[in-house]
Design a protein around this ligand. Structure first.
Ligand code: C2E
Ligand code: MG
Ligand code: MG
Ligand code: MG
Length: 280
């Protein structure tokens, strides 16, 4: 970990160091293999209703079973896949997998789960994106109302007019959209006002240690109040403690997600998670 930290510091000062470029080239080649040989796995993290603890939805989070590095997290390879365009193939795979898995799980449940899928900027901008979504729904039989797309402010920023048109199309299909990592990008409040979204996800940055940080608490309370006036629901990401859970409940946050309830788990584990995650 110290070594990694050191390397990050190096990158910070030197930009594209030789090390960085070499690693980049290797990961790019390995990703090609990963795509061909199906080394990815979809993990799912439950999101619970803040007032009941019932699992309402799950967020799909990709993992890479690297042949010798073990489990690699998306923070390492997704930025590279985004640069190389490999995200297109990977993103399509995730969408298909997630719809398929949750449609299958829902066949055994009374209350169907919503499945959230992260959408990268390049994926979102590509012309075939809507067709990809429709196909994933058709192939899996998942109703559109049970699919949610998570997009970040950065994804919407580059071409706002086009983004709005696309989001409208998505909504017309009955699919919902959540604004991810809210507050960490170059946010504009007009996004909240103008975009056809239904949810805001508050980044962990503002949640962790909220009861000891009055500034974070002010931001979180402000966003929740504003979102509710705009008829948006709010998800708090990164709940790790009972204290954080209680704090967010008292602020009437709608949904909670974090290690305190469950880490992201493989599909085979998700199947056996209890429907209510914590006695509240
Ligand atoms: P994100 O969409 O904001 O996902 C939430 C991240 O926070 C996940 O990291 C999750 O494991 C982590 N997390 C959840 N609860 C807690 C907690 O209580 N404590 C801590 N410390 N962390 C928590 P992960 O799985 O490493 O994913 C990182 C990012 O990679 C995601 O951030 C998302 O931007 C991206 N990503 C993951 N899967 C996909 C994917 O299938 N497609 C795309 N385009 N991006 C993905
Ligand atoms: Mg997300
Ligand atoms: Mg997020
Ligand atoms: Mg985040």
């Amino acid at each position: 970990d110290a070594k990694r930290q050191g390397r990050n510091t190096w990158q910070w000062y030197c930009g594209d160091s030789i090390d960085n470029i070499a690693e980049h080239v290797i990961i790019r080649r390995e990703l090609q293999e990963a795509i061909q040989e199906n080394q990815f796995e979809a993990y799912y993290q439950p999101i619970v209703d803040a007032s009941t603890g019932c699992v309402r939805s799950v967020e799909t989070l990709i993992r890479w079973h690297h042949p010798n590095k073990g489990l690699v997290s998306p923070g390492v390879f997704m930025p590279i896949a985004e640069q190389t365009g490999q995200i297109i193939a990977i993103g399509r795979w995730v969408l298909e997998r997630a719809c398929h898995d949750i449609a299958q799980l829902n066949a055994t449940r009374e209350d169907p789960l919503v499945v959230a899928v992260n959408i990268s900027p390049m994926q979102f901008r590509r012309s075939g994106f809507m067709d990809e979504i429709k196909e994933a729904l058709r192939n899996s039989g998942l109703p559109p109302s049970l699919l949610e797309l998570e997009v970040t402010e950065g994804t919407l920023m580059s071409n706002t007019e086009q983004a709005v048109a696309l989001l409208n199309e998505v909504r017309d299909l009955g699919i919902s959209v959540a604004l991810d990592d809210f507050g960490t990008g170059f946010s504009s409040l007009s996004y909240l006002r103008d975009l056809p979204i239904s949810k805001v996800k508050l980044d962990r940055l503002f949640i962790s240690g909220i009861s000891r940080n009055v500034k974070n608490a002010a931001i979180v309370q402000g966003v929740i109040t504003m979102a509710h006036h705009l008829e948006l629901s709010v998800v708090a990401e990164g709940i790790e403690t009972k204290e954080e859970q209680v704090d967010l409940q008292q602020r009437h946050c709608n949904l909670l997600q974090g290690f305190y309830f469950s880490k992201p788990v493989p599909f085979d584990v998700l199947k056996y998670l209890p429907p209510i995650l914590t006695p509240l």
